[in-house]
Design a protein around this ligand. Structure first.
Ligand code: IVH
Length: 699
């Protein structure tokens, strides 16, 4: 389990991985075994900080370093492998099918209440039931929890090790999904201080942010999108290959201790505390309350806060805290008498789809959205909804002029789900709305490039497209210009003050003051913000340029790899492909975009304005590979090409694509290519992965 109380040691040695293995083993275990144990504890500790407490102490890079070290150790000492090692989270074997498993105790469901009166009636029914049982004046305390809209799962730990995880299924029989549950960082693989048998139950879910990102990715790739976070969590957890599940981030809220032999609690809240203290993720908004009035107020509060959460809830769960009372109350059919769900109104509604309109994206792609007859969904009036892409319309069979079902989830943009059931039967349905023949912004005839999911506006200076690019340029992760939002950008465009990003830097106070909504003060502060943006580092500038596929991370990696825009502008695609996270296809596309006339002009313009096109500060010159050039060939046993490149760069080295006399080392893995032959011909030293690691370890 997490090295609680040892966290100081944990933190200290985390900064010096690899060192402790030279020290003696405290309990007489051989050094490798001792180090493996230490690494597992460290990794579990940091996974807990990151996934459960949402408060990491180290960066991803450091975490990966520890994980790599453990992987290497387990590879060299197969006798040290164990099922609850953090290395076992990913990379498990796909299963042929999902095996059925019988739950040790049935997984129950919940009766619903929809109003204050119904909640009071539920408490009254419990009082009556207990009176018949001979318990008069029961001392009720209640626990109120969010009702997570995900899927219920059961985790079984034997001697503290996660042995099996299963879906609820029909309550009696579920499906074994251990392989996928292991990939969820918030689920501990090992629990120290656990009884020999421990069952923990909880709800697996996908956060709204991850859900939106996943759907966007799927829409870009022309795949079907998920209707809601619950469906996408359910689809993920039932994957046969854990590698597929690992690509879609899930989390868990734990809400119950199931069967155990050795733990005994008198209240549900004690059980929740125990779970929390033993590394399980338990929602911190769960409250223990003494009266019905407080319970009602708390349920209403969850309802009011619903839209602020990063996960979907469809109600609040109210549970009797006293476990002896729970036992006496028992259940009726599948529903326990001692718990109830306070259900929120649904987040879906039926309304008329007035028309489908099209926006143009940063790269000219036409994206449909729905204009709806205004409708109230969970307390908010919606008029617009997203439709992802044109195939999405066809797949969902949505027509303008018909009633459709819309759904709103938290802060996520509302979505059109399907036609309303009563319209699908009709014979004379209107045609499917297709993409426009001409760009709605510049009237240029649209094209549909082969292999693309999107119809495009090919006009590079289309004002609709420019608006997206300019918005991106000034946005948070990019140049982060305070005071420039989508409205202001549109205003500046409409007054022909800004056409390309370089124009922002030529704005004058009197031009701004002449615009609606600007005073002298706001104009001055905007100009100051624009000026201040010149200080943004090269990586951000690269991101801000709006090169397709260059997100924040790739922007950073390109900046680190090339350090200067002129070097990047001269680099062949093979060299661009050596950047972590950049494949060959992507490199060719980046190369092509950098070669566009308009891009060259933009870069030149921005450079003249004083933006940073050079990575500041010396390269990591202290590193053991400072000033060295390395070439990678073949596949390395432990490290991906990307990891190896990152490590080399972090150590001050450079990775290039071709071997020359200037190359310091060639690192060759399995099935090396012609680069190895060339290295041998030129007398360049050749290393294997272990050799590279030794170089990196030199101080
Ligand atoms: S307790 C009493 N607590 O709701 C036994 N369930 O409608 C029932 N759920 O299958 C489980 N959040 O999938 C419980 N805090 C919570 C919950 C919760 C969501 C789900 C769970 C269950 C369903 C019952």
């Amino acid at each position: 389990m997490t090295p609680r109380g040892k966290s100081d040691t944990a933190r200290r040695s985390a900064t010096a991985p690899g060192r402790a293995s030279n020290g003696g083993a405290a309990d007489g275990a051989p050094p490798a075994a001792e180090r493996a144990r230490e690494l597992r504890e460290l990794l579990e500790h940091h996974a807990h900080r990151y996934y459960v407490l949402d408060d990491p102490e180290i960066g991803d890079e450091q975490y990966d370093q520890l994980l790599d070290e453990l992987r290497e150790l387990e590879r060299r000492h197969p006798e040290l492998a164990s099922a609850d090692s953090p290395t076992q989270r990913v990379g498990g074997e796909p299963v042929g099918r999902l095996e059925k498993v019988t739950h040790p105790e049935p997984m129950l469901s919940l009766g619903n209440v929809r109003s204050e009166q119904e909640l009071r009636a539920w408490v009254e029914r419990m009082r009556n039931h207990l009176a018949r049982e001979g318990v008069s004046e029961p001392d009720f305390s209640f626990v109120v929890e969010p009702k997570i809209d995900g899927l219920a799962i059961s985790l079984i730990y034997r001697d503290g090790t996660l042995e099996r995880g299963a879906t609820r299924g029909n309550g009696e029989i579920g499906e074994d999904v251990t392989h996928n549950l292991r990939t969820i960082g918030a689920i501990p693989l090992h629990v120290s201080g656990a009884p020999p048998l421990l069952e923990v139950r909880g709800e697996v879910y996908m956060s709204l942010r991850d859900f939106t990102a996943l759907n966007e990715r799927r829409a870009e790739a022309g795949q079907s999108t998920f209707m809601n976070p619950r469906n996408s969590a359910a689809g993920t957890i039932r994957q046969l290959d854990p590698a597929d599940a690992a690509k879609r981030p899930l989390s868990i809220w734990c809400y119950q201790v199931g069967v155990t032999d050795g733990l005994s609690f008198t209240t549900h809240s004690q059980a929740l505390d125990w779970l929390r203290e033993h590394g399980f993720r338990v929602n911190s908004g769960i409250k223990l309350l003494g009266s019905e009035d407080e319970v009602i107020a708390q349920c209403q509060e969850w309802e009011a806060r619903r839209g602020e959460l990063d996960f979907e809830i469809d109600g609040a769960v109210v549970k009797v805290d006293d476990l002896e009372l729970q036992r006496r109350l028992g259940s009726v059919g599948r529903d326990p008498r001692w718990a109830v769900a306070w259900k929120f109104p649904p987040t879906t509604a039926v309304t008329r789809l007035e028309k489908v309109m099209w926006n143009v994206g940063k790269f000219g792609d036409l994206r449909p959205f729905a204009v709806l007859a205004p409708v109230a969904v969970a307390g908010v009036t919606i008029k617009l909804a997203t439709l992802h892409n044109e195939e999405d319309i066809v797949r969902k069979d949505i027509r303008a002029g018909e009633d459709v079902i819309v759904v709103r989830a938290g802060d996520v943009i509302p979505q059109v789900v399907s036609p309303a059931p009563h319209v699908v039967e009709r014979k004379d349905r209107p045609p499917l709305p297709g993409p426009p023949q001409r760009c709605p912004f510049c009237d240029t005839p649209t094209i549909k490039p082969e292999g693309s999911v999107f119809t495009k506006c090919p006009n590079p200076v289309c004002p609709g497209r420019a608006w997206q690019l300019l918005k991106h340029f000034v946005s948070r992760g990019a140049m982060d210009i305070d005071g420039l939002g989508e409205k202001q950008v549109a205003l500046l465009q409409d007054h022909q003050l800004v056409r390309t990003a370089g124009d922002f830097y030529r704005l004058a106070e009197e031009q701004l003051v002449a615009l609606d909504g600007f005073g002298e003060l706001s104009a001055r502060s905007l100009l100051a913000a624009i000026e201040a943006s010149k200080e943004r580092p090269f990586a951000r500038v690269l991101f801000a340029l709006g090169i397709e596929e260059v997100g924040e991370v790739t922007g950073r990696n390109l900046a680190q790899r090339f350090r200067d825009v002129d070097i990047l502008l001269a680099a062949p695609p093979e060299e661009i492909a050596e950047t972590p996270g950049v494949g060959e296809k992507m490199a060719r596309s980046i190369r092509a975009q950098l070669d566009q006339e308009s891009m060259r002009e933009l870069i030149e313009d921005l450079r003249r304005q004083g933006l940073r096109f050079h990575e500041e500060g010396a390269p990591p010159s202290e590193g053991p590979l400072a000033g060295r050039t390395l070439v990678l060939t073949g596949s390395l046993p432990q490290w991906s090409r990307e990891t190896a490149t990152e490590r080399i760069m972090a150590a001050g080295g450079r990775v290039t694509g071709s071997v020359s006399k200037k190359t310091d080392y060639v690192v060759a893995g399995e099935t090396p290519g012609a680069k190895l032959e060339k290295a041998e011909r030129l007398g360049v030293p050749v290393l294997d992965e272990a050799g590279l690691r030794r170089l990196l370890d030199q101080r």
